[in-house]
Ligand binder design. Structure first.
Ligand code: HEC
Ligand code: HEC
Length: 397
């Protein structure tokens, strides 16, 4: 009897506290913004409340295969271990123009989900219509990169984010102004406290960079038709595409030496001598980063994941189509190096003399690397109340 009583009282207390908690979160979320407590697809919530990547490539332990284009190759180290709320907060920040100096640009303006997280322009256009100088790279699989920017000048996503935020040619903001505008926003103050429970009252710059990094590391694309083939489903590629893969990893074309599976980049800087568009000055690239003349005109080997979605190509957007890009490699070593310039071209850049058919096969193969299954949802509204993408209509077509 006594036990029953205690149980009833306990149940009533529990019911009351559930309602209280429910009411509290309802008032707190009166502005309609709720951070998801779930990990995105291909991540698992582990003890401690963080998200860990789960992918079939993690079953392979094939270090010796690296660099030769083997299909069952293990993945390089990657970033994960963020709380689901940090990831979701990063998604709001990524699409919120409040991050720019004049409220016109978000990260998503130049890294658009509908354009493979690039922007479809030869060179990005920043605040006040300024030429940002280089093409926006895709953000798919950035979790696996060790260096960032075409010239590898940043060594973490957190450091990278400060580039566009505070560049007068990109988002044109300043650290104090950025923090003031976020701290003046009651919704952001609430969301940051939820995502960073151990943090102080005010939003810090480090929290902003962490949330942006958390979101970007969830942009994983490893389920293309190529991957199905790599995992053993032979029919995933057509005969032509398979022939294209074989050209790609052949010792004649050598593409896989630098665009190494499974990420289709070896993460290194290479000098290949891609041209600038007419009238655009020479770009010394990684020479500046490493103060090394032999890296003059060197750029980070870009991933080829979702490459069919991110035209135009190269750091300068010099090529409009994949065929033009592949033909550049086939025109011979150094074919686009300006007369008189001294570039130390990488030894894998050769003159492969591929036939027109082989060039076509390569282009067909590159189309099999498309996988946008885990594209995140663009928020309809962001806490600042500003429009999440500069041109939402265009972005959804
Ligand atoms: C004005 C367009 C523009 C905006 C806005 C912009 N980016 Fe970029 N992003 C670029 C360009 C251009 C590059 C390459 C610049 C370079 O290499 O010098 C780049 C490079 C990057 C890279 C490096 C990728 C790699 O493979 O090395 C990351 C990561 C990135 N941006 C994330 C962000 C984030 C996060 C934001 C928002 C805080 C943002 N970008 C805002 C245009 C933009
Ligand atoms: C020596 C290393 C190396 C080899 C070999 C190589 N690439 Fe590249 N690739 C690069 C680098 C570096 C870039 C970026 C250069 C730039 O932007 O100036 C690039 C860019 C590209 C791009 C454009 C990517 C983008 O996002 O704009 C494509 C497509 C491409 N390569 C395909 C190939 C194919 C196909 C082959 C084989 C025929 C090949 N590559 C061989 C290093 C290499």
């Amino acid at each position: 009897m006594l036990l029953a009583c205690v149980l009833v009282i306990a149940a009533v207390v529990a019911a009351v506290s559930v309602t209280r908690a429910g009411m509290r979160s309802a008032t707190q979320a009166g502005d309609g913004f709720v951070l998801s407590g779930r990990c995105p697809p291909s991540f698992e919530l582990i003890a401690g409340g963080t998200c860990e990547l789960r992918d079939r490539y993690q079953f392979y332990d094939s270090l010796q295969d690296r660099g030769v284009g083997g299909t069952r190759t293990s993945l390089p180290p990657h970033r994960d271990g963020f709380r689901p709320e940090q990831i979701d907060l990063g998604r709001y920040l990524f699409f919120d123009p409040i991050l720019s100096g004049d409220g016109t640009q978000s990260c998503g303006s130049c890294h658009r989900p509908d354009r493979g997280f690039a922007d479809g322009k030869p060179r990005s256009i920043g605040i006040h219509g300024q030429d940002a100088g280089r093409a926006a790279p895709t953000l798919w699989n950035v979790a696996f990169l060790q260096t960032f920017f075409w010239d590898a000048r940043a060594s973490s996503l957190e450091a990278q984010a400060q580039g566009p935020l505070f560049s007068p040619r990109e988002m044109g903001n300043e650290p104090e102004r950025l923090l003031r505008s976020l701290n003046d926003n009651a919704t952001y103050r609430r969301l940051f406290r939820q995502a960073f429970p151990g943090g102080g009252e005010a939003i810090t710059a480090a929290e902003v960079y962490t949330a942006l990094a958390a979101f970007q590391t969830t942009l994983v694309s490893l389920n293309s038709r190529y991957d199905r083939y790599a995992h053993g489903y032979a029919a995933a590629l057509t005969e032509r595409e398979l022939a294209g893969l074989n050209v790609f990893r052949s010792f004649v074309a050598r593409c896989a030496e630098c665009h190494t599976p499974p990420l289709f980049t070896n993460g290194q800087v290479a000098v290949i001598g891609a041209p600038e568009p007419a009238g655009h000055p020479f770009d010394a690239g990684a020479e500046k980063t490493f103060h090394a003349a032999k890296l003059r005109g060197g750029f980070k080997v870009p991933t080829l994941r979702n490459i069919a979605r991110t035209a135009p190509y190269m750091h300068s957007g010099a090529f409009d189509t994949l065929r033009e890009t592949v033909e550049f490699y086939n025109k011979g070593r150094g074919n686009a190096v300006p007369p008189g310039a001294t570039l130390y071209l990488h030894w894998h850049i050769s003159s492969p003399d591929l036939t027109a058919t082989e060039v076509g096969l390569l282009v067909d193969f590159l189309q099999t690397l498309t996988d946008e299954a885990f594209v995140p949802e663009i928020p309809r509204r962001v806490p600042s109340g500003l429009p999440p993408l500069d041109n939402p209509k265009e972005s959804r077509t």
